[in-house]
Design a protein around this ligand. Structure first.
Ligand code: 5GP
Ligand code: MN
Length: 327
C-alpha cells in the first residue's frame, strides 16, 4: 500500500518542489511529472520540472503549463540544492537521470520517489511506489482519487491518460486490469478523445524511423527453439536511415509478435557502448537477465546500458544467458 496521507503531508509541509524523470522520457514519465506539478501548482507551491533529456517533439503537447526544462548545471544546480523536495518521477535509481545524478544525490532536499519499477535504490527518504501499478500515472491518479487533494481537470486527465495508455502499450501489456480501464474511463469523462491522443502519441513518426524499422526487422533472428527473438541496430544502420537512437523505442515489441516467442531482445549500438531492451511474456522475469548485464526494470520490460561494451562481445553472452529464464 502506498501511504498517500504521508505524500499529502509532505506537500502541505513544504513550499518548493523540483520534479525530474528518467532519460529519454516517455508519456508516463512526462505525463506523471506534469500531472503532479499541476497538483502542486493548484496548491500554490513553487514547482520546477527539470529533466536530463529534452522533451521529444511529439510529447510537447502534454506540457500545457510550459514547465519542463532541460537540465543545465549553471541554471539548475542551485535550485536542486535549495529546493525543499526533490521528486523522482517514473524512476527509482539515480543513474537514470544521467547528467543530473551527482547534483540530485548531493542535494540536502527531502527526496521522494513516485514510481512503479522494481528494486529502488536506497537513496530516497520516502517511496510512493509499487510494481503493481501499470504506470506512474496510475499512482498519481490514485493519490488524487483517495486524498481528494485537488479536483481533476481536463489537462491533468490528458496527462494521466497518456501516461497510462503508453505504459500499458494501449491497454495490451501484462499488468493491465479492469482497474486500468476504469481509470481510463474516468479520465475520458473529461472530454478526452482517445483517437486524437492515440494519433498524437503513436502516429507522429519521422519517415527515418519507419525506414530504420524496416532495416531492423530484417535483422530479426530466433534462438533457443524459437522462444527468443532478437533484433540488432548498428550505428551504420542509424546513419543510413538518418535516424536517431531514441527512435527505436517500441521496436523490440515486434520480436514478441512472432508466434512462440517468449523473450524479445533489441541490441542497439549507442555512442558510448551498447543499449539492450529486454521484453518477455508471462512469468518470465526478464529484469533478472537485465540485472546480469548492468540493467534492470520491470518483470516483462527491462533495459541496460553497457558503457564501453560491444555487440560482438555481449550479444552472444546475453542470448546464451537468456536460456535459463525460458522455462
Ligand atoms: P527500454 O527498453 O524501453 O529502454 O526500457 C524498458 C524498461 O527498462 C524501462 O522502463 C526501465 O524500467 C528499464 N531500463 C531501461 N534502461 C535501463 C538501464 O539502463 N538501467 C536500468 N536499471 N533500467 C533500465
Ligand atoms: Mn512508467
Amino acid at each position: 500500500m502506498v501511504d498517500f496521507q504521508k505524500l499529502k503531508e509532505i506537500i502541505e509541509q513544504n513550499e518548493t518542489f523540483l520534479l525530474t524523470c528518467h532519460v529519454n522520457p516517455d508519456a508516463d514519465a512526462l505525463g506523471s511529472e506534469i500531472a503532479f506539478a499541476a497538483i502542486l501548482k493548484k496548491l500554490g507551491k513553487t514547482v520546477y520540472i527539470v529533466n536530463h533529456s529534452e522533451t521529444p517533439e511529439y510529447l510537447k503537447f502534454l506540457d500545457y503549463l510550459n514547465l519542463v526544462e532541460k537540465y543545465e548545471p549553471e541554471k539548475h544546480d542551485r535550485i536542486i540544492d535549495e529546493t525543499d523536495v526533490l521528486v523522482a518521477v517514473d524512476f527509482n535509481q539515480s543513474d537514470r537521470v544521467v547528467s543530473m545524478e551527482k547534483s540530485f544525490l548531493k542535494s540536502p532536499a527531502l527526496k521522494i520517489c513516485i514510481d512503479h519499477h522494481e528494486e529502488p535504490h536506497k537513496i530516497f527518504d520516502y517511496l510512493f511506489t509499487g510494481t503493481e501499478f501499470v504506470a506512474t500515472g496510475e499512482i498519481i491518479y490514485d493519490f488524487i482519487n483517495e486524498t481528494k487533494i485537488i479536483e481533476l481537470d481536463e489537462n491533468i486527465a490528458l496527462n494521466l491518460y497518456s501516461a497510462i495508455m503508453t505504459d500499458t502499450g494501449s491497454f495490451r501489456f501484462e499488468r493491465t486490469t479492469a482497474k486500468t480501464h476504469l481509470i481510463a474511463a474516468e479520465l475520458l469523462k473529461f472530454g478526452l478523445q482517445p483517437i486524437e491522443i492515440y494519433d498524437k502519441l503513436y502516429n507522429q513518426n519521422e519517415k527515418s524511423k519507419i525506414i530504420l524499422l524496416g532495416a531492423a526487422l530484417e535483422t530479426i533472428t530466433t534462438a533457443h527453439g524459437g522462444k527468443v527473438a532478437y533484433m540488432t541496430i548498428t550505428r551504420k544502420m542509424l546513419d543510413d536511415a538518418k535516424a536517431d537512437e531514441s527512435e527505436v523505442d517500441g521496436f523490440v515489441n515486434y520480436c514478441l509478435s512472432i508466434k512462440g516467442v517468449r523473450v524479445g531482445l533489441l541490441f542497439l549500438e549507442v555512442k558510448k557502448g551498447i543499449k539492450i531492451s529486454y521484453r518477455s511474456k508471462g512469468k518470465i522475469a526478464i529484469n533478472k537477465l537485465a540485472a546480469e548485464f548492468e540493467g534492470g526494470g520491470h518483470t516483462n520490460a527491462s533495459g541496460s546500458r553497457i558503457y564501453g561494451g560491444t555487440l560482438a562481445e555481449y550479444q552472444p553472452k546475453i542470448i546464451k544467458a537468456a536460456k535459463k529464464y525460458l522455462d
